[in-house]
Structure formats: structure tokens, C-alpha cells
Write a protein that binds this ligand. Sequence first.
Ligand SMILES: Cc1cc2nc3c(=O)[nH]c(=O)nc-3n(C[C@H](O)[C@H](O)[C@H](O)COP(=O)(O)OP(=O)(O)OC[C@H]3O[C@@H](n4cnc5c(N)ncnc54)[C@H](O)[C@@H]3O)c2cc1C
Length: 499
Amino acid sequence: MDKSSHAIVIGAGIAGMAAAIRLAVQGYAVNVYEQSDQPGGKLGYFETKGYHFDTGPSLFTQPANIEELFELAGEPIANYFRYRKMDHSCHYFYEDGTMVRAAADTDAFAAELQQKTGEPAHHLKHYLNNSAKLYDGVANVFLNHSLHKRKTLVKANIGKAIKTVRISHLMKSMHQVNQQSFQSEKVVQLFNRYATYNGSNPYKAPGMLSLIPHLEHNEGTFYPEGGMISITKALHQLAIKKGVAFHFKQPVERIIRHNNQAIGVVVAGKNILSDIVVSNVDVYFTYLRLLNDPEKAKKILKQERSSSALIFYWGVHKTFPSLGLHNIFFSNQYQQEFDHLFRLKKAYNDPTVYINITSKCEPGKQAPDGKENWFVMVNVPANVGQDWSQLKTIYRKAVIDKLNRMLQVDIESLIETEDVLDPVLIETKTGSYQGSLYGTSSNSRMAAFLRHPNFSRQIEGLYFVGGSVHPGGGIPLCLKSAKIMSAIVQEDARKRKRH
Ligand SMILES: Cc1cc2nc3c(=O)[nH]c(=O)nc-3n(C[C@H](O)[C@H](O)[C@H](O)COP(=O)(O)OP(=O)(O)OC[C@H]3O[C@@H](n4cnc5c(N)ncnc54)[C@H](O)[C@@H]3O)c2cc1C
């Protein structure tokens, strides 16, 4: 393909940039229009008084998705991006004082669980083996191919994938599968928490999600040097290297359609034409605002949105040796917490608290010496008009009370700087409807099939990438969405040539 074929990507989130890189490699002249003044979308960052804060994602898994982009682009990744595998994936804290450090090494983790919770070591190994089988059989087909193109599914051997699935993966909830697998309620809770990987409820989401722990415990968790923002920086630089042009502070107002074909976009009242258009914008807003199709937008809402989050970015004037890069302080009533998140859509007085501290990996760089940068997050309901200033006060108190209790400190007196992100800000800053973190939830058995495809059935030349479409939210899946999209673009181009 010569550079006379033009692609427009709307949004410079992780998925938008991955899409731009792939299309540039395919030979398109690519222009990315982004409403904000910087790339990364949810994966942003800020610094205050020497504390570095990544604003959104904090957990990095499956670096192979990023490696693959650099290989495809023919660029040595080491020139752009470095990361390392972590020895421990997470430190878990329970209200009764139990603390579990989840080692990357399965034997060490199994021994820790046995010692701290009484869970027989072989239960963990059996569970993680099943998780791996399920992931290898199912995820490789469903997460790497379009579910909406029969031909690609046949090629991907969907028959084999279906054989891996047991009836319990479909008919039982993730919680029920975990209860069958472990005898300790603490271990059940620990593995239930993986439903929050895609903003879902373990008491509703299908047992199929028990494939998620495979990512952390068999493949591992990783730390990008310089913090998560280095992922954004690396993709941005790679895209520029491949000739992609970025236009910041240039929100797209509309996608131009002509004879049911996407032929460009409107930016600042001007028509900009292209051969294909890729939307990295939340699919709901793409239909509502960019395509002026409220009916189709309404249909998208039939699927439940994923949960959102409230984040307190605290510069903390002390170091805590018992904490690691990732820390979870569990709620005592996990089921009630999820009921508040998804059914009642209200604050819960004993939320599970997640704390990410990148200064554990780069002391003195991510925070001043002797201090720590705490990214303190609680899952909260998607925004349906709740009073967030009131909720922020309620949650802040609940979080501080919990940490004081569980860490035996007066945390408030140690907070040197504070910033807050709530669901409304997530929506206004990144255009994610209701501030949901991962687009739609996976609380139903059919969720994977109901996510919007990576192409439009009605409008030729219009494609979709990112957390709100197939295969789902989270950095690895967003990167996969760009891969699936670019394969469809290639196939469509081949078809056009044949006709
Ligand atoms: C607090 C938080 C914690 C998270 N934790 C994790 C984690 O630990 N691990 C993980 O893997 N994932 C995590 N996620 C999810 C992850 O951040 C997202 O799945 C991923 O970053 C989404 O990328 P994206 O490219 O789909 O969209 P976005 O990052 O939302 O990017 C969309 C872009 O489109 C732009 N845009 C919107 N409308 C327009 C318009 N009209 N014109 C031009 N530009 C427009 C936006 O400004 C934005 O830059 C988290 C998310 C949040 C918010």
C-alpha cells in the first residue's frame, strides 16, 4: 500500500496509539486527533512536590503485547521501554491481621497460603493449572480474534476452545468456582478479587473469569521502569517514529458518513477526509456524539457498565516496610461491597482499599527520599448522578479509618500532598461514559459476545478499538483490540481489491 491511503484515529489512548502504529506499518498515512493536550488517555501522569503519580492503570501484565508492536515496527524495544518481572504480585491484608505476600513462584505462594490460611498447597497448584488451561484454550481464541467474523473464528479453532470450557465455567459464578476450589474463605476472597480486573462482580460474573489469575500467577506481573507512564511515552515515540502525526487539543466533533461509508472527521468545523476512521473513543459516545445516532447509543447501554474508581493520590511522609508495589486491604464483607457497587450503586462503609507505591521499585525517583507515593484506590459504582463530593468525604474517612486500623498508624498526619480523581473526572478527562474503567462489565455469561465488534456493520471504513469494545478493558486487551482491528482492515482491503 502506498501512503496515498489515509487513516484517521480518534483518541490517543493506549489503544488509539497501538492502532496508529499498526496502520502506519501497514502503509497508511495516519493522523491521530486527541482532545487532550497529551497522549495516553487514562494512562496519564502528574508530579507534585517530587512525588510522581501515574493517574490510571498501575498493574502491568502481558508485556508481550507491547513487545509485539516494537517487533512489528522493526524498532528495538530497549531503546524505548524497559521493564522487569516482580518477585511478588501483591501484598494482601485482612482485618484479622493476616498478611499474605503473593510470591511469583507458585511453590512459595502455595507455602505462604498454607502457613497463613491453612489452605493445602496442592489446591493452589491445581487451581492455577486449570486457570492456565482455560486461558490457553479459550482466551487465545476469544481475545485475539474478532468474535463477529465467522471466518476468523473458524481459523482460530473455536471448536478446540469450546472443548476446554467446563459447564461450571459457564453456569457457576466465579465465586462459586473459587469456593469449590479452596477451603479457606480468605483464599476464596483473594481469587474473587480478580473479577475487578475488568470491573466485574465475582458473585455474578461467570466462572470463566477464573482464567484471569493465570496472568498474574503463571505469567507474572511486571514493573515498567519510570512507572506506567513509560508505556504511554514508548508508544507515542514509536508512533512518531513510524510517521504518525498527532494533533493534540483537537477534539473530533463528528465522523463524516457518505453512502454508509466513513470518509473522514470534522475537527474545529473543518472536514478532514480519509479512507478509514478508527474510533478509540468510548463506543457509547462514538455513537451518541460522533455519529449522532442516539438509538444505537441506547442499545449499547443494554450492557451493564463496569465499575469506576475513586483515587486519592497521596504523597506520604514516611516509608512502610510491610507494603509492596501492589497492596490490597480487603473488606470484611466482600459480597456486600459488590452489592453496593453494582446493584445499590451507593458508597460502602468498608471498601476494599488498593494501594500502589511505585517508589518501592524506584526509591528516591518516584518519591523524595524517605517518602512514598501512594495511589490509593477504591472501586466505586459507575456514575449515575450520585453526589460525588459527599461520597468522596465518606470514602476518604472509610479509607483512613481502615488504614489506621490495619497499619496501626495515623495516616492523615502523614499525608503531605493530596489529589483526587472521581468517576465524573474520569468521564470528562477521557470520555469514558459514567467514568467506567473498562467499558462494560463481564457480569453476564454473554458479555464477551455482546461487546461491540472492532468494526461497524453499518458503516464501511469505520473501526473501533479500546476498552469499551471487543475484547475488553485493561491495557493488554486494549492492545489486542488494535491487533484485531488491523487484521480486519487488512482483510477488508483485500476484499475491496478482489471486487
Ligand atoms: C483508575 C484506573 C485504574 C486502572 N487500572 C488498570 C490496571 O491496573 N491495569 C490495566 O491494565 N488497566 C487498568 N485500567 C484500565 C485502562 O486504563 C484502560 O483499559 C485503558 O487505558 C483504556 O485505553 P483506551 O485506549 O481504550 O482509552 P482511553 O485511555 O480512555 O483513551 C481514549 C482517548 O480518546 C480521547 N477522546 C475522547 N473523545 C475524543 C474526541 N471526541 N476527539 C478526540 N479525542 C477524544 C480521550 O481524551 C482519550 O485520550 C485502569 C483505568 C483507570 C481509569
